[in-house]
Design a protein around this ligand. Structure first.
Ligand code: AGP
Length: 607
C-alpha cells in the first residue's frame, strides 16, 4: 500500500512533499520518488526510505510549486529504482503518475498500448495509467484522465501531472484512500491526512469513483461522466503531535504506553453513571432482540480482536457468533440475512479485504457495523452503523493500542446487546461495567511491570522459534502475541489452542523452545496447566501470563507475567500488554526497525 502526496500552490513544494512522504512512510517503504514541475518535470527516485530520496534531491531550494511524491510498497515489479514512482509515459510525453493500489487489467492494457507503439520502461502495473492518459491526451488533461480512468479495472488511487499544466494535479480513486487538503492559495492531495496535517486541517474526502482536479484556488470533483459534484470542506480535530514520537525511541513504544489513555478514551462518555450508550449503533432495541447471529470480519490484529468479540457475544448476549478472516469469508458462500449483524473491524478503515467483505454482507441484507479508528475512512461510508475506537493516530506498523481499544469496544458492545436482549443479569452487567471502567488503571499497572518482561526478552532474544498457547479467551491473545513477535522480530512463531498442541505442534518442542502460555484465572485454567505440564515434559521453557495471587503457576513456569486481578473476560485486554512488551524487547535487542518492519505496511489496500 503506497503513499501518495501532491501539492499545487504558490510555495516551493519540494520540502512540503518530502515532509508529507515521511508522514506516510508507514504505508510502504520499499522505494520513494518525487517529481517537481517547473517548466519541465524533474524526477528523482531511490530504492529504500524517504531519507535516501531526501539525500538524493539535496537541500538546494527548488522553485517548483507543483509536484507529486510517492512511497512504495511493491506489488507488481521488483524493488528497483526503475520501478519506483513517479512513473512516466513515453519519453517527451510530459505525463507523470503516482499510483497506489492494483490495476487488475494492466496486462491487456499494456499489450494494446505497446501494440500502439508505447514504450514501457518499468515492470509495474502503474505505468499503464501514464500511457493511457498520454493516449487520450489532446490538450485537456482532465478529460484525458477521465477517459483513461474508464478503462481501468481494480482498486486504486492515482494522481497525474502534465508538463504543460503547471497549476493542475488531476487524480482519481476507486476504493483506495485519497483526501484533499484545503489551504490558502494552495491545495494538497494525499493517501492520508497526516501527510499535510501540519499545513491544514481543512479536508475534502474524495469518494469512490470520483475524479478530482486540484488547482491553487480549489478542487473540483467530477463523477466518471465528467459531471461536477459538490464536496464539503470538513475540519479534522486530529492532534498533530500524535504523528510525532514525542521523545520516545519509536512510535510503537509510545503507542504501547498510550494504551491506558486509548482504553479510557474509547470508553469515554459511553459509560456514564453505569449507563451504557453506544451512539453510532443504528439498531433499535427490537432489531437487537431480533438478531439471529453475528459475524465478525477483519484481518490481522483486528481479526484477533474479533475473536475475543465472538466469545463475549456468545457469553453475554447469547448470540450465535463467528469470527472469520475477511479475505476468506468473502469467498465463502455465507449464510446471512437481514437478521444478521456483521461487525467489520479495521483500525485503518481502509483494508480492502474487509471493505469487500462488508459489501458482500450488505448485499445479503445484513446490518453492517464498522468498528474503526479513523474518522472519514472508507469503512465509515460503507457501513450502516459506526463505532469508533478512540486510540488516536497509530503510526507504528505493528498494531498495539488499536487492539486493546478494539477489545474494549467488544466488551461494551457485547454488554449492550446482552442488556437489551436480557441475556445478562443487570447486577452481573453492572459489575462488569464497573470493571471495564477500571481497565485504564489496570492497564497502567500492568505496563508498569515491565521489569518482569525485560529479563525474559534478554534471555530469549536470540531464539529462533517461539510457541504461544491459550485456551478460550486466552487463545486470541496467544495468536496476537505470536503475531507481534513475528512482525517486529522476524522470529517464526506458532500459536495454538493449548488443547490442540498435542495433536501435532508438540513435535516442534525441544529443550531450547520458549513457550508462552496465557494462563489467566478462568474456567479453563486447570486444563491450561495440564497442557503446560505436557510442554515441560519436553524440556521447553514456560513463560506464563497469569493473574495476581496465583502462586501455583510458579511451579510450572520459569517466568510469570502477572496481571492485576479483574473479571476473567477482562483479563484478555491486559494479557496482551506484557506480550507486546516482550516482542518489543526482543526486536530492540535484535536492532531491528520496529516501526517499519520489512515487507509490511500499516494499511493494506490491495488484495
Ligand atoms: C497488525 O500489527 C498488522 N499491522 C496487520 O495485521 C493489521 O492488523 C491488518 O492489516 C488489519 O489492519 P486494519 O485493522 O487497518 O484493517
Amino acid at each position: 500500500m503506497c503513499g501518495i502526496v501532491g501539492y499545487v500552490g504558490e510555495r516551493p513544494c519540494k520540502e512540503l512533499l518530502l515532509a508529507g512522504l515521511e508522514r506516510l512512510e508507514y504505508r510502504g517503504y520499499d522505494s520513494a520518488g518525487i517529481c517537481l514541475l517547473n517548466g519541465d518535470v524533474a524526477i528523482t527516485r531511490r530504492v529504500g526510505r524517504v531519507d535516501a530520496l531526501r539525500e538524493a534531491v539535496g537541500d538546494a531550494l527548488h522553485p517548483a510549486t507543483t509536484g507529486l511524491a510517492h512511497t512504495r510498497w511493491a506489488t507488481h515489479g521488483g524493488v528497483t529504482e526503475s520501478n519506483a514512482h513517479p512513473v512516466e509515459a513515453c519519453e517527451g510525453s510530459g505525463v507523470t503518475v503516482v499510483h497506489n493500489g492494483i490495476i487488475e487489467n494492466y496486462v491487456g492494457l499494456r499489450r494494446d498500448l505497446a501494440g500502439a507503439g508505447h514504450e514501457f520502461h518499468t515492470d509495474t502495473d502503474s505505468e499503464v495509467i501514464a500511457h493511457l492518459v498520454e493516449s487520450q491526451y489532446s490538450g485537456d488533461l482532465v478529460e484525458a484522465v477521465r477517459l483513461a480512468y474508464a478503462q481501468l479495472h481494480g482498486h486504486f488511487a492515482f494522481a497525474v501531472l502534465h508538463r504543460d499544466h503547471a497549476d493542475e494535479i488531476v487524480a482519481a480513486r476507486r476504493q483506495c484512500p485519497l483526501v484533499v487538503g484545503v489551504g490558502e492559495g494552495e491545495m494538497f492531495m494525499a493517501s492520508a491526512i497526516p501527510a499535510f496535517l501540519r499545513e491544514t486541517r481543512r479536508v475534502q474526502y474524495v469518494m469512490d469513483d470520483e475524479i478530482v482536479v486540484a488547482r491553487p484556488d480549489g478542487a473540483t470533483f467530477l463523477d466518471p461522466r465528467g459531471t461536477v459534484i459538490e464536496r464539503p470542506v470538513e475540519d479534522v480535530d486530529w492532534d498533530d503531535d500524535a504523528a510525532e514520537k514525542q521523545g520516545y525511541e519509536t512510535f510503537m513504544l509510545k503507542e504501547i504506553l498510550e494504551q491506558p489513555q486509548a482504553i479510557a478514551d474509547t470508553i469515554g462518555e459511553r459509560l456514564y453513571h453505569g449507563e451504557l450508550q453506544l451512539d453510532g449503533l443504528n439498531l433499535s432495541e427490537e432489531q437487537i432482540r431480533g438478531l439471529s447471529r453475528v459475524v465478525i470480519l477483519a484481518c490481522g490484529t483486528a481479526y484477533h480482536a474479533g475473536l475475543i468479540g465472538r466469545y463475549l457475544l456468545e457469553e453475554w448476549a447469547r448470540l450465535p457468533a463467528e469470527s472469520d478472516i475477511a479475505s476468506e469469508w468473502r469467498y465463502r458462500h455465507p449464510v446471512i440475512d437481514e437478521h444478521s449483524l456483521v461487525i467489520a473491524v479495521s483500525q485503518s478503515g481502509e483494508t480492502i479485504d474487509t471493505l469487500a467483505a462488508m459489501k458482500e454482507a450488505r448485499d445479503h441484507g445484513a446490518h453492517v457495523l464498522a468498528v474503526t479508528n479513523i474518522m472519514g475512512s472508507q469503512m465509515t461510508r460503507d457501513a450502516d452503523s459506526v463505532l469508533y475506537t478512540r486510540a488516536g493516530l497509530e503510526i507504528g506498523v505493528a498494531a498495539s493500542k488499536t487492539f486493546t481499544a478494539q477489545v474494549t469496544l467488544m466488551y461494551l458492545l457485547a454488554l449492550k446487546l446482552g442488556l437489551v436482549r436480557g441475556t445478562i443479569a443487570t447486577e452481573r452487567a453492572a459489575k462488569l461495567l464497573a470493571e471495564v471502567r477500571s481497565l485504564p488503571d489496570l492497564a497502567q499497572r500492568t505496563l508498569d511491570r515491565i521489569d518482569a518482561v525485560e529479563p525474559v526478552a534478554e534471555r530469549f532474544w536470540q531464539n529462533e522459534f517461539f510457541l504461544y498457547l491459550g485456551r478460550y479467551i486466552g487463545l486470541p491473545i496467544a495468536l496476537e502475541g505470536a503475531l507481534k513477535l513475528k512482525e517486529i522480530s522476524y522470529i517464526p512463531t506458532d500459536a495454538y489452542a493449548a488443547g490442540e498442541m498435542k495433536h501435532g505442534p508438540i513435535a516442534l518442542l525441544d529443550e531450547s523452545t520458549p513457550v508462552v502460555v496465557v494462563a489467566t484465572d478462568n474456567h479453563v485454567y486447570e486444563k491450561v496447566i495440564s497442557n503446560v505440564e505436557e510442554v515441560r515434559a519436553r524440556g521447553a521453557h514456560v513463560i506464563a501470563v497469569a493473574t495476581d495471587g496465583n502462586e501455583d503457576i510458579k511451579q510450572v513456569a520459569e517466568h510469570v507475567f502477572y496481571l492485576p486481578r479483574t473479571e476473567p473476560e477482562l483479563q484478555a485486554a491486559l494479557a496482551i500488554l506484557p506480550l507486546q512488551q516482550l516482542a518489543y524487547g526482543i526486536a530492540r535487542r535484535r536492532g531491528l526497525d520496529i516501526d517499519k518492519p520489512r515487507n509490511l505496511a500499516k494499511t493494506v489496500t490491495v488484495e
